[in-house]
Design a protein around this ligand. Structure first.
Ligand SMILES: [Zn+2]
Length: 102
């Protein structure tokens, strides 16, 4: 399970770095067309990070989805459906494993 969470945290770090560069480009006038503003991207990263923290222990017996009976068995690295969905935007990134798909 740690490998999946590590992958997700890494993807959020990559997104945050890309957003920082986009924001810096915008501030220095080197901006190029972007469909999502950096501020929205930062908010989305915060949302994903908070959800991941809330569901951090799902699948270990101590998460909210464990209490609801919705978590995955311990051998499933995804932990719960919410965590699996958090990984979906990164399905095309190196390191994503096909069986992690929700
Ligand atoms: Zn959960």
């Amino acid at each position: 399970m740690d490998r999946f969470v590590t992958f997700l945290r890494r993807q959020l770090d990559i997104d945050l770095e890309l957003l920082r560069v986009a924001r810096q480009d915008a501030e220095t006038g080197a901006a190029h067309a972007c469909l999502i503003t950096p501020i929205r991207g930062f908010r989305e990263c915060e949302l994903k990070s908070r959800l991941l923290s809330t569901h951090h222990h799902c699948g270990t017996g101590g998460g909210p989805c464990d209490e609801l009976g919705e978590s995955y068995p311990p051998e499933d690295e995804r932990g719960c459906p919410t965590r699996a969905l958090l990984g979906l935007p990164y399905a095309d990134r190196p390191g994503y494993i096909a069986r992690w798909r929700p």
